[in-house]
Design a protein around this ligand. Structure first.
Ligand code: PEP
Ligand code: MG
Length: 774
């Protein structure tokens, strides 16, 4: 085969484009395409394999292999050379295919006669569509130039054809966006919502992948890249001088924008006949494919940068902004590959739910979604490819399931579920101003967790007695630079104003682990949950404390101030944090600023070690707040963000409840107020059990206050404690089954509908030396 020239490539693309524009049945056109490619590239064989499902490829058209194999030969991803191209999404190029490890001989195709093999992926922005293969009898490796030419052809195929239409009747991709689809993802935030899809970044539509005039396309590309460089330079000059991390990221952007390799590849694609935007998208597809395989988190981030840059370039070239002119539907459910916390906040409370293709339970966006109290599903594979703006969608945040374009029966069952929730919320509104008092007269203080100014309106409407946990990190996570002291002071003051005299426990900055500040250098710790986080960062980098504590003192403006320190693992950390606060109070006094009327400083008990701290710690702390989310993960050594294990151990496990009881005892002995502010406090059955173990203060999401209060008002805690003691004496692993029976007998069974609650695992006791107890 002669070395290809760029003119030949363009001729081939032109022939392809003409064929694709012709009328005719899908199969016929696909056959013609393989013929044109084989003919133009001077090979005996050209074949197109397309995905039938996520793991199976089917030979859909061929020039040169046995026609009887079409729609018969199937391969799994990873199987044979074609499967290898599909699994790695990279070309495979060999002069001796049968000798390649993993080669799979498919007798029905007659391919044994062909020695050379070149396969390239057919992909569109990370969506795997299939594999394009050329083969020849002559044993020769294809040149880099030929590999490139075939990639360009694959790009045009991916872009120009509804390839699925060729796969066979019923499977037509054109019909794909009409079928209902169920997608399973991870639970980011529970809840249920029905609405219509609103794409965060509607895909840039490329209508002209092939271009006639490469000189003009090069001019367009260069012009757009120049604009891009100017805008990156502008972002760099606007970045705050001391913010080295942000500057580092922008410098990486600039490096990509000025990368000769990136430009050269796009210029070559244009020379071969692609339009400027198709050349950009081809590079973007390659970056996305690499992104899926790169294990290193830092490199993945850089590929994300490149992806982001390509998006900007595409928008410059096509003039298609995010604003496509489409009207945001009523009840919008945001669908995105990923989204930053600030962008999510911009949408604010207009959204009914969020579905992310990437993201994670611990992402900043997830934290914001929780604060906005809207259901969030993460890791929803392929959602951005499946969903179109305006599609009907149901988000079941309790089960982590999305129903896209649902059947009417599914939608109506789902509506029943939402209606039941709404009716229950109305019932709870009727007890909003009543106390959470149990039948035996115990008063449980119910407060709410918050993190945004936007949460505060829930304070009166939920019936919360105050804010038991104000997570201050959200203001740090949702922006690109460290907030200024004055801004923070103003915000904290507004929070206190909105609380109208009710107590607000401000937790000092709890970053690290899952909460990585955009402007903080990633630490790349082997085990971030056990790493440099929360007060450990606060004490080592005391600049943040020296900024945040005065902001809190000033915000109080003479009112009482409550400060809570996260993740205290030993007494000394608490005294060190307390000393910081004392120093800042002295400093503020010296500056002549008004001091708070009173100051309390408490510790969050989130590590088991603190439960065994010296008595002096309990005496010194003004209060203790049990951070059950972290405490439970360390108690059971089960990562709270890992879906495989996070629900493995029941919160009502006897060991955990006993441990909570011991913490309460130590607090009672030293007269230290204690509360529980982890997610479990918001689950009615758990809340009753915590109260039975002696906790008298629980802090939770505002929406949980009604259900928790409703159940607490209908139970007798002495009975609950007796049930727990009895289950414990019986050797039960979890008290849940016994508590459930008791609640049902007391007529409160319907409250035990907790998606997160699991029955304890049962273990069979065959062949053990000691017989199982009766
Ligand atoms: C906790 O760990 O229980 C807690 C309330 O803190 P966070 O969930 O913010 O870590
Ligand atoms: Mg915590």
């Amino acid at each position: 085969m002669p070395e290809r020239t760029e003119t030949e490539s363009r001729k081939l693309l032109r022939r392809l484009q003409a064929t694709l524009a012709e009328a005719g049945a899908g199969q016929e056109r696909l056959d013609r395409i393989t013929h044109i490619i084989a003919d133009s590239l001077g090979c005996e064989v050209c074949s197109i394999y397309l995905f039938r499902d996520a793991i199976t490829l089917e030979l859909c058209a061929t020039e040169g292999l046995a026609q009887g194999a079409v729609h018969v030969t199937r391969l799994r991803v990873g199987e044979g050379l074609v499967g290898r191209v599909a699994s790695r999404m990279r070309p495979v190029n060999t002069d001796n295919a049968p000798a390649e490890p993993g080669f799979r001989y498919m007798p029905e195709t007659g391919e044994e006669a062909f020695s050379s093999f070149l396969g390239v992926p057919i992909q569109r922005l990370g969506e795997k569509l299939g594999v394009l293969v050329i083969q020849s009898r002559e044993a020769r490796a294809f040149s880099d130039d030929e590999v490139y030419a075939l990639e360009v052809v694959a790009m045009v195929l991916a872009e120009m054809t509804e390839l699925g239409a060729f796969v066979g009747e019923g499977e037509a991709m054109s019909a794909r966006h009409q079928k209902s689809v169920v997608i399973h993802g991870g639970i980011g935030q529970e809840g249920a919502a029905e609405g219509r899809v609103w794409l965060h970044e509607p895909r840039v539509v490329i209508t002209n992948p092939v271009a006639e005039d490469p000189t003009e396309e090069l001019r367009r590309l260069n012009e757009a890249v120049d604009q891009l460089r100017v805008s990156v330079d502008q972002m760099l000059s606007n970045a705050p001088k001391g913010d080295s991390e942000q500057i580092e990221v922008l410098q990486a952007y600039r490096m990509f924008a000025n990368s000769r390799g990136w430009m050269r590849r796009m210029e070559e694609d244009i020379a071969r006949g692609l339009s400027a935007e198709a050349a950009v998208e081809k590079e973007q597809s390659a970056a996305r494919a690499r992104m899926q395989t790169v294990p290193d988190a830092y490199l993945r981030e850089r590929l994300h940068d490149l992806d982001d840059l390509s998006n900007r370039l595409l928008r410059l070239l096509t003039g298609q902004g995010k604003d496509t002119g489409a009207q945001m539907p009523d009840n919008p459910i945001l669908v995105a590959r990923n989204i930053g916390p600030a962008e999510l906040l911009d949408y604010g409370r207009s959204l009914r739910g969020v579905v992310l293709e990437e993201g994670s339970v611990a992402s900043h966006a997830a934290i914001v979604a929780r604060a906005l109290a809207i259901p969030l599903i993460v890791h929803a594979e392929r959602i951005t490819q499946e969903a179109l703006n305006g599609d009907p969608i149901l988000v079941d945040g309790d089960a982590g399931v999305i129903h896209l374009r649902p059947e009417e029966t599914v939608a109506s069952a789902f509506r029943d579920k939402i209606a039941m929730r709404t009716a229950a919320q109305e019932r709870y509104a009727s007890i909003r101003d009543k106390p959470a008092e149990t039948l035996d007269g115990a008063h449980i203080s119910l407060t709410m967790n918050a993190g945004l100014m936007a949460d505060l309106p829930s304070l009166p409407s939920s019936g919360a007695e105050g804010v038991g946990l104000f997570r201050t990190e959200l203001q740090f996570l949702t922006r690109n630079t460290v907030p200024k002291r004055g801004e923070l002071a103003a915000l904290y003051a507004r929070v206190m104003d909105a609380a109208a005299g009710k107590r607000v426990a401000f937790r000092t900055l709890d970053i690290g682990s899952d909460k990585v500040l955009p402007y903080m250098k990633p630490q790349d710790e082997p085990n971030p949950a056990l790493g440099w986080r929360a007060i450990r960062v606060g004490l080592d980098k005391s600049g943040v404390m020296r900024m945040q504590l005065p902001a809190l003192i000033r915000a109080a403006m003479g009112r009482p101030l409550t400060v809570m320190v996260p993740f205290i693992a030993q007494f000394e950390e608490f005294t060190a944090a307390r000393d910081h606060l004392m120093r800042e109070l002295d400093r503020e006094a010296a500056l002549g600023h008004t001091l708070p009327e009173s100051v309390e400083i408490g510790a969050m008990l989130e590590t088991p070690s603190l439960a065994f701290a010296p008595r002096q710690f309990f005496e010194l702390a003004d209060f203790i707040s049990i951070g059950g989310n972290d405490l439970k993960q360390f108690f059971f050594a089960a990562d709270r963000e890992n879906e495989r294990v996070r629900r493995r151990y029941d919160t009502l496990n006897v060991s955990f409840l006993t441990f909570l009881g011991q913490i309460v005892e130590r607090c009672v002995e030293t007269d230290t107020p204690v509360s529980f502010c982890g997610e479990d406090a918001g689950r009615p059955v758990e809340a009753v059990c915590f109260a039975a173990m002696g906790l008298r203060s629980l802090s939770m999401r505002p929406a949980s206050i009604g259900p928790v209060k409703s159940l607490l008002r209908r139970v007798d805690l002495r009975e609950a404690r007796a049930v727990i003691n009895e289950a414990q004496a019986q050797g039960a692993q979890s008290v849940r089954p016994a508590v459930r029976v008791w609640l049902t007998r007391a007529g409160c069974g319907s409250e035990d509908r907790d998606p997160a609650g699991r029955d304890p695992q049962s273990v069979s006791s065959r062949n053990f030396k000691k017989p199982a107890p009766a």
